[in-house]
Design a protein around this ligand. Structure first.
Ligand code: ATP
Ligand code: LTN
Length: 334
């Protein structure tokens, strides 16, 4: 807790154009906390370089991710929106927490295993210690609640373990955070391989619907979505494609799965996919418009970044001075 409000923290990597998975699983849910909590929403560029990035693209995507936060309804006056590398305490605490995180724990992380398989020529130390930097992001702000998609549950549990371990050794230092995983939207699957999560860095463009795709592109991708051959629009095991499309539809319309199944009963797959595509494209139209306006005003985005970094820095410093003292670092007196 800083001041009289509890803290919410979450982050998105600027590692690609954001998908409807990022939107429905994470960003769309962020705004709900703004009144009750002090919310920090971070563009985690330091996490993004665990996979090789083109520098110019990384810079552009950092602006874009910030603009998307705002376009998705996060008011910079009510939320601290900032870029991770602008607040050096993330790296500082990340290193310290590395020394309280076990090799065995990091080896068990499924994201590490997945990403090492995908980037076999660049299995770097940062990819391995990614979760202790993520723990640092969270613990730096004495965070109570972390809204994320279900794929981040394992990292979050590790962050809790690290916090508890540190607190046990040195006495109460960090708040132990809880995850907040929204029921619907927690896991949107790939349109081409619906047993895999939709991931913004998937090289197969047809698998991924991006928030900023044009209406035509969105509809085309849904039309090509992999389904099955029994022509029934119901959720069921073995029907992961249809189940995923129904889930996407209910997330955008706030209908129940039963309502959606009733609505589409008897319809052919082609028409069903078109309906889901149109619903998705229409729901995102206002985000796309707002995004375009924001990207045309770089100075405004830079002012949001500066304000956010300043605000984050103040509170990050407080935690860091406590941590430095606890681990036994000397203080420099000028
Ligand atoms: P990458 O492909 O680069 O690993 P990503 O698409 O997994 O990226 P992140 O930046 O790692 O996206 O995640 C940002 C947030 O979006 C996290 O809270 C994550 O849990 C959520 N998220 C990502 N993909 C999905 C998905 N398919 N369904 C629901 N939530 C998701
Ligand atoms: N690891 C997350 C992104 C992330 C994050 C965080 C999420 C980095 N730091 C802190 C919540 C809190 C991901 O890959 N989706």
């Amino acid at each position: 807790m800083f001041g009289d409000k509890k803290v919410v923290f979450s982050g998105v990597q600027p590692s690609g154009n954001l998908t409807i998975g990022n939107y429905l699983g994470a960003i769309r849910n962020f705004g709900a906390f703004s009144e009750q909590y002090h919310c920090y929403y971070c563009v985690v560029d330091m996490h993004a370089i665990t996979v090789r990035q083109n520098p110019a693209e990384l810079r552009r995507r950092t602006y874009e991710t910030l603009a998307l936060y705002i376009a998705c309804g996060l008011d910079p006056q009510k939320n601290t929106l900032f870029v991770q590398s602008h607040v050096p305490q993330h790296a500082e605490l990340g290193w310290i927490l590395d020394c309280y995180t076990m090799f065995g724990e990091l080896s068990r992380m499924t994201q590490f295993k997945d990403k090492s398989a995908k980037n076999a020529d660049n299995i770097n130390a940062g990819l391995f210690t990614y979760p202790s930097l993520m723990a640092a992001d969270i613990l730096l702000y004495q965070t109570e609640l972390v809204p994320v998609g279900v794929d981040q549950k394992q990292h979050l549990e590790l962050a809790r373990d690290i916090a508890n371990r540190f607190n046990q050794i040195y006495g109460e230092t960090f708040v132990v955070p809880d995850g907040y995983i929204s029921k619907d939207g927690a896991k949107i699957m790939s349109l081409q391989d619906p047993i895999k999560k939709m991931s913004k860095s998937d090289p197969n463009e047809n698998a991924v619907v991006r928030i900023l795709d044009s209406k035509d592109d969105i509809i085309r991708k849904f039309k090509r979505a992999v389904t099955d051959s029994d022509n029934k629009i119901v959720r069921a095991e073995g029907k992961e494609g249809i189940t995923n499309l129904l889930n996407i539809y209910t997330c955008f319309t706030n209908k129940t799965p039963e309502e959606a199944e009733r609505e589409f009963a008897g319809m052919g797959y082609g028409d069903f996919k078109l309906a889901v595509g149109e619903t998705c494209a229409d729901a995102l139209a206002s985000v796309r418009e707002e995004f375009a306006k924001l990207m045309a005003d770089k100075a405004y985005l830079e002012s949001v970044m500066a304000q956010g970094a300043q605000d984050a820095y103040k509170n990050a410093r407080r935690t860091m001075s406590k941590v430095r003292r606890k681990v036994g670092f000397t203080e420099l007196k000028f």
